[in-house]
Every structure is written in C-alpha cells, then in structure tokens.
Design a protein around this ligand. Structure first.
Ligand code: GLN
Ligand code: ZN
Length: 772
C-alpha cells in the first residue's frame, strides 16, 4: 500500500488568520494567550483539512510564529547576544525581537525580555529561501557557538496533535541545511566546524520525539539539490552516521531541484527514507530506483507544491505505477515540496469563473490529489478513483484546447521574431551620442527610480475607485493631482529626469498583469513571504498580449506638465514572470517572450507619445537563476534576450533604463551587459559601492546609476555622505557615465524624508559637477 503524506502545510490560514493575529499582537491588541490560541486553532484546522483530504501521515513542526528557520534557531539556542534573555529560556518576545528587531524603548511591544534594551537590537537578516519568494531569518553563528535545546514548541505541538488523534510526522530542518543557511559572524571560520556541537541537540530532539511515541521524523535537507563543496558532501555521511544511532525512523526530504551528483550520496545515507522532487526534476526517476537500498522508503513528490495547477493524474500515475511495482508499501506519495509555497484553499475563491477554477489546485486540493494517487495505486478499480481520473483527463483536455489559453495571434507573433528584433538599431556608443544631444542633461544627471510615497490618500482613492465609489473621471483627477504634486516637487528639487510617481500602481507587477490578456487573479490566493507578510501572485493562464496602452496616458499627462525629461516606467518581462504563478504547459522562456512582446508594444507607444526615456524594471532578474550553476547560462540567455526584445523596438535616440535592486552582479555581469540598457540603476548604498566592482572589472560599457542612499529606512543621509559614496563610485565608473539616484523607488517612504533626502542628493550631484 502506497502511503499519502505531506511535507508541510501553509501556516498562514485560509483567511490569513495568523497574519491578523500576529499584527494585532504586535500592536498590543492581542495578548500572548490570545495569539497562542489562534496558533492552536490553525494547527488543528490544518491537520483536519489534510486528514479530510486523505493525507495519512500529517506534518507537525511546519507551523511557525514567524519563520521555520527562526524556530530552529530558538530550538537550538542560536540566539545572538543582543537578544539573549537575562537568564532563562527564550520566549515568544525573544523570537519576535530576533525577527523584527527590538527598540530601546522599554514600552515597545518588541522588547524581548520584558525590560528595556539599553541599545536597540537590529533584527536578524532576511533572505530568500532557495529559489522561492519565501524569506527566512538567517541564523547567526559565532566561532564559539554553543547549541542547547531551548524551545519546547515542537514537543508541545506533537502532544497537541496526538490529543487530537492524529498520526504525525515531525518536520525538522536537517543539521547541514541549517548550518548552510546560517552566517558566520565575528571571526572567519568554517561553519562545518560547528556540526559536531550541533548534532547532540538533534539527538536530544529525536529522543524526546521517540519518547512521545513518534515513529517517523522528516528531516529536510534541500541543500542536497545544490552544488555542494566536497567537505559538505563528506559531512553528510558523518552527520547521518552519528544520527542513525538515535531513535526513530528518518525520512530525508529534498526538493526544488534534482539530486544529480548528490543522488548516490542522498540514496546511501543511513536513514530509512528519501523524498525527491519529481516535478522539478522528473529525470531522477527511474535512476533513483537503482540507487536506493532495498530497505528504504522512497517518497515521490509528484504534485507541484510551487504552483497552482491541477496535477495531470494520469501522467503522474504512469511513473508511480512503475515505482509501486518495485517498491510496494515502501512507496510514499507527497507534494514536491512543502505546501508553504502554495495558496491555501481554492474552495475559498468565489469569484473565479468555473472553467478557470477547474484548472487549479491550492494546498487543500493538492493534498487530495496526493491521496487520490495513492488510492489509485492501492485500489485502481475504486469508483471514486475512476471518477477523479476521468475528471483529471477532462481538465487536461480542456486546457490543451481552450481558446482562452491558446491564441494564434500571439503564437504567430512569437514565431515571427527574428534576431534583429532583440537588437537596438545601433551600438551603445552611437546611441548615447544621439541621446545626449537630444536630452541635454548635465553631468551626473539626477533621477529617481519611479515611485513616490504611496500615501494613504492614494490608497483610499484606489480602493474607492475599485469599489465603485469613485468614478473613473474622479479617480483620474485624483491621480493627476498626485502627478502634479510629484512634478512640482521634482522641479523644485532640481532633479534632471523626472518621473510621474506611480501613484496609480498598487504593485509593480499586478498593475501590468491586470491590463494584460492571459492573467487571472484570485481573492484569497495568499502565500507567505515572511512573517506576517503575504503576497498574492497573479496567475498566468494563457498566451499573453496587451490589448491597449497601459501607462501612456499617465506618462503623457506628466510630460505635459514640464519641460524637463519625463521618464516612462514599466516592469520587465522577467520580473513579471518571476512574481507570478507561471503556466506549466509551456516553458518559462516562452512566457517571458510573450511578456516581452506585450511590453515592447508599450515601449513603442511611449516613444510615439514623445517620452524620451523609458525605464524597464527587472528587480527579479537574479531571482530566476536556477539552483544549479550548470543551468545558469541557459536561463541568462533567455532572460537577457527577452529584456532586449522588449527594449529594442525604439529609435537610437530613445534612452532605455533598467533598474535592479537586491542584487549581486559579479557572476552575472556579462548578462547584465548583454541586456544593453543605456542606463542601469542599481541598489548599492548599503554595500558602500562595493557592488560596483563587478562593473569596473568587467569594464561595463553603458551608463550606471549606483544608488546613493538606502530607501528602506526613513533616515535622511546628509549630502556629505552621498558625496562620499559618489566619489567612491567615480573611482570605479568613468564620471561621464555616472548617474545619481536613490537605491530604489520611494513608495514606502513619506514625503518629508523623501524631499529632505533628495535635496541632499541633488546638492551632492551639484557639488561634483562644480569639481569637474
Ligand atoms: N519603479 C519601481 C519603483 O520605483 C521599482 C521598484 C523595484 O525595483 N522594486 O517603485
Ligand atoms: Zn528597486
């Protein structure tokens, strides 16, 4: 009998109950007991949902108050000194202080030890969890790091689930993945040196769980799907040889990519089971069957935990039947990875049309798919199984043929693309001369990245418009008034290239997705990004096109108000793709190309409307990089090509900008150059301009605007500070190619600090000009 299990369930709640409770708690409106009650209710509800869907072995430990990596740091006592409680065990307040920082204010709800912090303690660093949009809190290790079991939450949850009569499988992040994800602080040392000290805590946890009657423990080691240095590979064998002496059966879970060169290593570890991701890496099957020792359980992830589409059950069964014949009850079935990365319940969607809805599956539905596949193996003649398979076939057939998805016009356009379409007419050296002659900008031209403060007045106007309480005319006038304000302020500040401020945009992806054909939106399709923050990605369901201009009216209006150059503002194809749920029936590359053509139409229309500078944001460019280096070049080729495709429809004298935040450039600089934007603005202030080194070493040929101040905090840096950064930049980039701008858009800032910072920025640029 094949067994249906789950690697993890979204913790945020169908109605984002956890988000709401957390925020109420942080506001001081919900006490700790109230918050804990919400957590308990959510865990109980989620177990029940999974069980009702047919999952036989339920995850426990997938719940976290903020982040699962942070929960492990607490459990292991990896609590940096600035947060350490004065005696005793860490508390929920310690956890939130590590996540959000603790102010020096004794009345702050974040104060982690119930008393004052003499110094404010800055939060731990957040970073992306592998190639997902989930962010975890980076553990901080010191060379003399000690580990000590310090947090009882997991054991309490096991008791809680047992009391509810559930068959539970605790989920732990494995010791090597945990160490890999952390950061060595203070003196340089090899994190692997900490392994021997860390393992006893795992031993203790496994013993405690066994004493609670737990049979199986899932140990997530997703780094087995990465390119691992040899010492890390060796450490796997060492670690699990030690852990094998501890009680309980262990299932090692891998996901997000194939095991490749680590396949033999993973299969051979002295544990009782292995989970692999067959959605991301179907080629691992059947190779894994030959490498797996005869005693081991093999868990196959055949239902996509990263996307929203219903599984092609028939296709999945073909693989599974083969595995079932070989493995019998040693075959387990699961989603490809934890369902943390998928929205909670499709049943909640009351406004999606029936056809589209029939194509989708969220976490609850994915659990049912896993269970159904197990049932299909165990009892193929079962009537319920037969019905479900027939339904699945019907869904696949409808998607394969639907005229809502397949648009001959889009496909014909794609087929007609020639290499010339992805090439500006002349090389940069020629273009820039024409642009300079036309734009007449001073040296060190100043600009901003696009958005100005999204005030509550703006948000209220948008909500009123969406709710039908504000007419289109009234809404347009409200936005025009914001644009007038932004233009006036920029003229007074003396900025050189102005922006309209993006007041009309809720979000840089959603704004465009709403205007493209081929995108759908959910009402409740939230996915946790970090802590209480959730995102609701749009869904690409069909061939993409742009029925009509999306930004031209706003940009033209803004340009009509000023004699200065007004920059048009778009989101690029790669970012549109990365921050959406993509289709699974055509490649990411093809979707990026369709997006590129749609945005290209907008670029061309902006040019026709006399917009002389057009910025195409590619904030997520680096996020698309595959986990394995060997696959990087393939991605970079199509990512840069789609950027060029969207940017190359214009004349030489039209200046194309791009913008990228939170990026490292060293290993992708060649591709950044291949994008061939006339100007790139990047986030550099927090790196003290170090990020420019890549551009210097590569002799990056086009113009660059390195951010001279951090927009993430309200702090207003003075002019001298920005001047210092600019001088550093000028050592790395020829001065005639330097722009002056903030790190990123200013939408999260308020006006007073924005104006104050920009006054100083313009002063810094003027000072440099005077020195030329
Ligand atoms: N143009 C966008 C803005 O200014 C860019 C945002 C981003 O790169 N994340 O808000
Ligand atoms: Zn940015």
């Amino acid at each position: 009998m094949a067994l249906a299990h789950n690697l993890g369930f979204p913790r945020i709640g169908r109605d984002r109950e956890l988000k709401k409770a957390l925020e109420a708690h942080w506001q001081g409106e919900l006490d700790e007991a109230g918050l804990r009650a919400v957590g308990r209710q959510l865990r109980a509800a989620h177990w029940q949902l999974q069980k009702d869907a047919g999952i036989e072995l339920l995850p426990v430990g997938d719940f976290a108050w903020y982040d699962q990596v942070l929960s492990h740091s607490l459990a292991f006592g990896v609590i940096p000194a600035r947060f350490r409680p004065h005696g005793g065990k860490p508390t929920l307040d310690t956890l939130f202080a590590m996540a959000r920082g603790a102010s020096a204010n004794p009345r702050s709800p974040n104060a982690c030890c119930g008393g004052a912090h003499a110094q404010p303690a800055s939060a731990q660093e957040l970073t992306k969890w592998f190639d997902t949009n989930y962010h975890y809190l980076v553990p901080e290790f010191s060379a003399d790091q000690q580990f000590e079991l310090s947090w009882e939450q997991l054991f309490e949850e096991v008791e809680e689930g047992k009391a509810l009569g559930h068959n539970l499988k605790p989920v732990l992040i494995g010791p090597l993945t945990y160490l890999w994800l952390g950061k060595a602080k203070g003196s340089e040392f090899n994190k692997l040196d900490l392994l021997e000290r860390l393992l006893p805590v795992y031993g203790e946890i496994l013993q405690r769980l066994a004493a609670q009657g737990v049979e199986w423990v899932q140990i997530d080691e997703p780094i087995l799907a990465l390119d691992l240095p040899q010492d890390w590979k060796n450490a796997f064998e060492r670690a699990y040889n030690i852990l094998q002496r501890e009680p309980g059966k262990k299932l090692i879970a891998t996901y997000f990519a194939g095991l490749e060169d680590n396949l033999g290593l993973a299969a051979g570890l002295p544990v009782d089971g292995l989970h692999i991701d067959l959605v991301r890496a179907p080629e691992q099957f059947p190779a894994i069957l030959d490498r797996l020792p005869a005693y081991k359980v093999l868990s196959l992830g055949v239902v996509n935990g990263r996307n929203v589409w219903r599984t092609d059950l028939q296709q999945a069964l073909e693989v599974l039947q083969q595995a079932h014949e070989r493995l019998g009850s040693r075959l387990w079935l699961a989603p490809s990875c934890s369902l943390l990365h998928s929205p909670v319940d499709l049943g909640r969607e009351d406004q999606l049309d029936a056809e589209l809805k029939s194509w989708l599956a969220f976490a609850v539905q994915k659990c049912a798919e896993v269970a159904l596949l197990a049932a299909a193996l165990n009892d193929p003649q079962d009537a319920r199984v037969q019905t479900a398979l027939a339904q699945s076939r019907a869904v696949q057939a409808s998607r394969a043929q639907s005229p809502r998805i397949h648009k001959p016009a889009v496909q014909a356009r794609l087929a007609a693309i020639t290499p010339a379409d992805s090439q500006r007419r002349s090389p940069f050296a020629v273009r820039i001369e024409q642009q300079r002659a036309r734009l007449q900008l001073p040296a060190f031209p100043t600009t901003t990245i696009g958005s100005f403060p999204q005030t509550s007045a703006i948000r209220l106007a948008r909500q009123a418009f969406k709710a039908g309480k504000l007419s289109a005319v009234e809404y347009t006038e409200a936005m025009h008034s914001e644009i007038r304000h932004a233009v006036t302020v920029q003229e007074q500040l003396g900025l050189d290239v102005l922006v309209h401020g993006e007041a009309e945009r809720n979000d840089m992806v959603e704004y465009f997705a709403e205007q493209l054909d081929g995108y759908a939106f959910t009402r409740f399709g939230w996915v946790q990004s970090y802590g209480s923050r959730c995102v609701k990605p749009a869904i690409i369901y069909g061939d993409l096109s742009r029925p009509q201009p999306m930004t031209v009216a706003w940009s033209s209006y803004a340009q009509s108000l000023t004699d200065k150059v007004m920059k048009g503002m778009l989101t690029g194809p790669v970012t549109m793709l990365m921050w959406s749920f993509p289709r699974d029936d055509i490649s990411r590359e093809q979707q990026a190309r369709q997006l590129a053509l749609a945005i290209r139409d907008e670029v061309v229309d902006l040019e026709a409307a006399e917009i002389k500078v057009i910025q195409i944001d590619e904030a997520a460019f680096r996020e698309g990089l595959p986990l394995r280096q060997a696959q990087w070049q393939g991605y970079l080729n199509w990512a840069t090509e789609s950027f060029r495709l969207c940017a190359s429809g214009v004349r030489d004298e039209t200046q194309i900008h791009t913008h990228m935040c939170y990026s490292e450039f060293n290993d992708v600089i060649e591709s950044i150059a291949a994008m061939d934007a006339d100007v790139i603005t990047i986030e550099t202030s927090r790196s003290d301009m170090e990020l420019l080194q890549a551009f210097e070493v590569f002799a990056y040929p086009n113009e660059i605007g390195p951010g001279v101040y951090d927009i993430h905090s309200p702090r207003v840096p003075d002019s001298a500070e920005m001047l210092r950064l600019l001088r550093k930049a000028a050592q790395r980039v020829p001065v005639e190619r330097l722009w002056v701008n903030p790190d990123c858009g200013l939408k999260t800032r308020a006006w007073p600090e924005t104006e104050a910072a920009l006054v100083n920025m313009v002063a810094a640029a003027r000072q440099l000009r005077a020195e030329l």
